[in-house]
Design a protein. Sequence first.
Length: 270
Amino acid sequence: MASYDAEESSVENSQPYEIYRFLLGSEEFLYTSAEDDVVVDGNTYTATQIRRGAILQGKSERTKTLDVEIIAANPLAQRYIGPPPGFRAALTISRVQRDDVSASPALIYSGTVKAVVFPKDGQFAKMQVQTVEASTSRAIPRYTYMGMCNHLLYDTPCGVLQSSFTHSGTVTLVDGNEITVSGLNASGLDVVGGFTDNSTNTEKRQVLAQSGDVITVLLPFETDPTGTVISVFAGCNRVLKEDCALVFGNEINFGGFAFVPNRNPFTAGL
């Protein structure tokens, strides 16, 4: 058997197939374009109906999306029917030569799933994948001149320890977007504006409202969490003299301009 490079450059002996690795939170979905399941680097890639568009190399072309199409019955595609996953899926595509003795994959594409649509009467799922380069190439202002904090709660500039403002409890009742979490009210946490983390399937949901042990989330969980333990994290209204100071005691890391006047003299006059 020959090496990958020798097989790849051969006119007659080249027998390539591709392997697709999707990473959605902590879940892996491994597929191949080969006719049978294959094992590469100790991982089994399942043969499935999958195809992609052309991978473009130019600078401007790299900002465009790559279409990857799978059947709608695929377990990965099923995750995008109904409430979307709480994570953005990452994709790597590698090329393997069938007669390569080492079965060493050559990485040919890496990106993240930007959107998923179901054309052709819903029989297929078309994933629009964007390179990491494209997703980070947009110019976005780091800070906005505003009275509220610019930081994301619990990120590094904010500095608040997430573990200090979390409550883990059993879900005792689910009614649409309303979820009852045992012990939440007794914890004293105000979780409005915060989020939940379902450790069972890595789904996260934003909390819109709270009444005692009952929270209202932005979207229902894809899998019914009744009987499982979820974590709920406190939210912040990003106001210096309110949650920043009174809840988190974190005025030193406030990332806004708290003393911006409410009245603009250039529009309202003096």
